[in-house]
Design a protein around this ligand. Structure first.
Ligand SMILES: CC1=C(CCC(=O)O)c2cc3nc(cc4[nH]c(cc5[nH]c(cc1n2)c(C)c5CCC(=O)O)c(CCC(=O)O)c4C)C(CCC(=O)O)=C3C
Ligand SMILES: [Fe+2]
Length: 385
C-alpha cells in the first residue's frame, strides 16, 4: 500500500472485565452467537473470579498506550493514540466516534494480535466494519490496519530474550536437583482455534502451498526465528502446542493441548520445559491462568521443572516495533513513508498491508458475511469520492 497521511492511531484489543459484576456480561459479549457451552463459561468465570473479577488485560493496554505515546513523541511523530476493545469498555464504536468528533479522518489500527485467523485478524476488521456501518461513519472515517506482525523483529526479540533467560533458569533448577545433564525441551504455545478457522486463515494460494495451515505456519516461522536468535537453544527439542480450547467437544480444534503434550514429554524422559507463549502479546488471563496456573500445576504433577517466558508487554523492542509498523505506512509532508522499508525477521514475512479476498472468512449462521475493513474486498472504510 502507498503510504497515507494518517492522523490518528487506534490501539484495538480484546477487552476484559474490571470487577466481579463485569465477568458474566463480558463473557456473554465474547461468546455471543458462538455455541460455547455454559459449563465452559462457568469454568472461565472462575479464572476471573479468582482475580477479583479483573482481567489483567486492560491495565496492560493502558500501559501499552502510554508506551506507544512516549515512543511516538520521542520520534517527533504527531499522531494521537486512541484505545478501543472488541468485548469491553472502552468499546471500539464509541472510540471511533470520539476520533471522528475530535476531527480525525484517517486512522491506522494496531491490534493486539500478531497472526492470521478469524479471532486474530478478521474479527478485528469486521468489528471496525460493523462499527462504521452502525454509527453512520461509513465513508466518512477511513480505518486501515497495520500488517500482521508475527514476523517483526520487535515481536520476535522479546521472546528470544525470554527463551534465553528461561533456559538458564530451567538448567539452574535441574542443577539444584542434581540433574545437570537432564533433557529439557522448548514448548512454544498459542491459542487453539477450530481447525475450520485454521483452514480458512490467510490467502488461499498461500494456504495451498504450505504444509501446515497459515495460522500454524506463521507460528512455526516465529518459533524458528526465536530459536535462531538463542545460541543456547541449539540442538534442543522443541514443539508448537495449543492452549485455551473452548467450544463444543465434537468440534475439532488445533492440537495437541499443552497439558497433554507435557505429559507425553515427561513420559519420554524430558525433565524440564521452557514455555514460550508466542501466541500472545501480553500476560493476560489466558497466560496467567492457562499457563502460570494450569500448565505449571501439570508440570508439578509430572515432576517437570517449569519456566514461562514473558510476552512482549511493553518491552522496548516491541514498542519500537509498533511505532515502526505505523511509520512504514504513514506519509510525511513529502508524501513518503516516515520509515522506508518493512522489517521482517521470520519466514513468510513481511505480511500484506491489505488482506486478500475471503482471507480468514467466516460465514455467519444467517448465511451472511460481516462487513470488513483493510481487505481487497472491503465494503466499508474507504471514503467515497
Ligand atoms: C486466537 C485467539 C486469541 C489471540 C488473539 C487475540 O488476542 O485476539 C484470543 C485471545 C484472547 N481470548 C480471551 C478471552 C476469551 N476467549 C474466549 C473464546 C475464544 N477465543 C478464541 C481465540 C482466541 N482468543 C476462540 C476461537 C474462542 C472461542 C469463541 C470465539 O470464537 O470467540 C473466551 C470465551 C470463553 C472461553 O471459551 O474461553 C474468553 C473469555 C482474551 C482475554 C484475556 C483476558 O481477559 O485477560 C484474549 C486476549
Ligand atoms: Fe480467546
Amino acid at each position: 500500500m502507498a503510504p497515507k497521511p494518517y492522523d490518528a492511531v487506534l490501539l484495538a484489543s480484546f477487552g476484559g472485565p474490571e470487577g466481579q459484576d463485569d465477568v458474566i456480561p463480558f463473557l456473554r459479549n465474547v461468546t455471543r452467537g458462538r455455541g460455547i457451552p455454559d459449563e465452559r463459561l462457568e469454568e472461565v468465570a472462575t479464572h476471573y473470579r479468582a482475580n477479583g473479577g479483573i482481567s489483567p488485560i486492560n491495565a496492560q493496554n493502558r500501559a501499552l498506550k502510554a508506551a506507544m505515546e512516549a515512543e511516538l513523541a520521542a520520534r517527533g511523530i504527531d499522531l494521537p493514540v486512541y484505545w478501543g476493545n472488541r468485548n469491553w469498555a472502552p468499546y471500539i464504536q464509541p472510540t471511533l466516534q470520539q476520533m471522528f468528533d475530535d476531527g480525525h479522518r484517517r486512522v491506522l489500527m494496531f491490534s493486539t494480535s500478531a497472526y492470521a485467523g478469524y479471532s486474530s485478524c478478521r474479527q478485528y476488521r469486521e468489528d471496525i466494519g460493523v462499527a462504521l456501518r452502525e454509527s453512520g461513519l461509513e465513508g466518512r472515517l477511513e480505518v486501515d490496519k497495520v500488517r500482521q506482525y508475527f514476523d517483526h523483529p520487535g515481536f520476535i526479540e522479546p521472546f528470544a530474550e525470554g527463551l534465553a533467560a528461561g533456559l538458564a533458569d530451567v538448567r539452574a533448577q535441574l542443577a539444584a536437583a542434581g540433574e545437570e545433564q537432564a533433557p529439557l525441551r522448548i514448548v512454544f504455545t498459542t491459542h487453539s482455534i477450530p481447525t475450520s478457522d485454521a483452514a480458512a486463515a490467510g490467502p488461499r494460494d498461500l494456504a495451498a502451498e504450505l504444509d501446515a495451515d497459515v495460522y500454524s505456519a506463521q507460528h512455526l516461522a516465529v518459533a524458528r526465528a526465536v530459536l535462531d536468535r538463542v545460541p543456547d537453544a541449539a540442538g534442543l527439542e522443541w514443539s508448537l502446542v495449543f492452549q485455551s480450547r473452548s467450544g463444543a467437544p465434537h468440534v475439532p480444534w488445533l492440537e495437541p493441548d499443552i497439558n497433554d503434550a507435557l505429559a507425553e514429554y515427561a513420559a519420554a524422559g524430558t525433565r524440564g520445559v521452557v514455555v514460550v507463549p508466542i501466541g500472545f502479546v501480553s500476560d493476560h488471563m489466558e497466560v496467567v491462568w492457562d499457563l502460570d496456573t494450569e500448565a505449571k500445576d501439570t508440570c508439578a504433577e509430572l515432576g517437570l521443572a517449569f519456566h514461562r517466558a514473558p510476552t512482549p508487554g511493553t518491552h522496548r523492542e516491541y514498542v519500537r516495533g509498533i511505532v515502526d509498523l505505523v511509520s512504514e505506512r504513514t506519509a510525511g509532508p513529502d508524501g513518503k513513508a516516515l520509515l522506508p522499508g518493512r522489517a521482517s525477521a521470520a519466514e513468510l514475512g513481511p505480511w500484506f498491508d491489505v488482506c486478500r479476498p475471503n482471507c480468514c472468512v467466516k460465514v455467519m449462521r444467517d448465511g451472511t458475511v460481516k462487513p470488513t475493513i483493510a481487505a481487497v474486498d472491503s465494503e466499508v472504510g474507504v471514503p467515497q469520492p
